[in-house]
Design a protein around this ligand. Structure first.
Ligand SMILES: NC(=O)c1ccc[n+]([C@@H]2O[C@H](COP(=O)([O-])OP(=O)(O)OC[C@H]3O[C@@H](n4cnc5c(N)ncnc54)[C@H](O)[C@@H]3O)[C@@H](O)[C@H]2O)c1
Length: 326
């Protein structure tokens, strides 16, 4: 049966893959994103996708669009760690304010709200792997980097509260380091496009700290599949889910694997975090999910191993898929 979806941030990296899945399955999709539609233009020919270029902070537009759909997948956010430090106000406005606006309309109109949260929720908690109920261990509010995690956590609280008091159907997805084709521009955003720009230019690749901090790198196509399954499974409603690979990889291993898979010969260099980000940033030493809840709910596991995912990513950027900055 065809369902009508509003995908906010649908012109972003994860959003573009989610829209692909939905359109291919014959669902009707409206994308609300204030960026250009470059990553989803290939879907216009399906006839299933409508693009609205506007902000999730535009109350009139949000109200009208929520009214036209059955399910809202809310992915729009400022999700670039560099921006948490330099524009915390925008991060809070968009990531918290925009989400509350959507939640309010979903609750009043009885629409399902599927929310993109983050592994950053658990902050510095060292007791990995994290279940969805793990403690949140965060730094001071003086450290800007925590505004992103905090905004997402407040939205999670609102989801539970609306569910309990107003009967809102919701699903929260905590993503863990998503990577792949169509992610940030080369040299921008998160670690893989930043490393890749240097590797492709034959320049030294700078590893922050000693490179022993670990992450669970999750391939974007696996992530998009989980989003669609969670959004379309009735039994998934009313819960928070870790959506990630449970394979722990250090940043140093990541750099070495990229070097090998891509056949690059850039040297690896090390730089203290303080020198890179200043005082308003704190790094997270380990960040690994327990994925038993999502596996039990929808039978999903991240199936793409790092080498395969990196090869697809490197091929995409090598063939000009990601623009260089400037
Ligand atoms: N990529 C990851 O590793 C990761 C990890 C954890 C959580 N997330 C969350 O997943 C979601 C999608 O992330 P992504 O990696 O695709 O990021 P992305 O930056 O590629 O996509 C986000 C999209 O939101 C749009 N957007 C930003 N502000 C907006 C506004 N005011 N109005 C309308 N659209 C706006 C952007 O234009 C962009 O297209 C985000 O909510 C992010 O916080 C991502």
């Amino acid at each position: 049966m065809s369902t009508r979806f509003l995908v906010t941030g649908g012109a972003g990296s994860i959003g573009s893959f989610v829209c692909e899945h939905l359109c291919r399955a014959g669902h009707r999709v409206i994308v609300l994103d204030h960026a250009k539609s470059l990553k989803i233009e290939h879907l216009f020919e399906t006839g299933n996708l409508q693009f609205v270029q506007d902000s999730v902070l535009n109350r009139d537009v949000v109200g009208r669009l929520v009214d036209r759909v059955d399910v809202v997948i809310h992915l729009a956010a400022i999700a670039d760690p560099k921006r948490y430090v330099v524009e915390p106000l925008n991060v809070l406005h968009v990531n918290l304010g925009g989400s509350l606006l959507l939640l309010d309309f979903c609750s009043r109109q009885g629409k399902k709200f599927v929310f993109a949260s983050t592994s950053e929720i658990c902050g510095k908690n060292q007791a990995v792997p994290w279940t969805e109920d793990a403690d949140r261990v965060l730094g001071s509010t003086r450290i800007n980097r925590w505004c992103y995690s905090t905004a997402k956590a407040v939205v999670e609280h609102y989801c539970y509260a609306y569910h309990q008091q107003e009967g809102l159907p919701f699903v929260v997805m905590r993503f863990f380091n998503v990577y792949g084709p169509r992610c940030d521009d080369l040299g921008q955003g998160r670690v893989i496009p930043i490393f890749l720009e240097k590797f492709l230019a034959g320049k030294p690749v700078v590893v922050h700290g000693d490179g022993r901090q670990t992450r669970a790198f999750t391939f974007i196509e696996d992530t998009a599949e989980a989003v669609v399954k969670l959004a379309t499974t009735d039994g998934a409603v009313g819960e928070v889910y870790n959506v990630g690979s449970d394979v722990e990889t250090s940043i140093l291993e990541l750099a070495e694997t990229m070097k090998r898979v891509g056949g690059f010969d850039s040297p690896l260099e090390y730089k203290p975090h303080l020198e890179v980000f200043g005082h308003s940033y704190e790094d997270i030493p380990r960040r690994i999910p327990d994925v038993s809840r999502i596996e039990a709910a929808i039978g999903w596991r991240a199936v793409t191993d790092l080498e395969t995912g990196l090869k697809k990513t490197i091929d995409f950027y090598r063939s000009g898929g990601g623009r260089s900055p400037g």
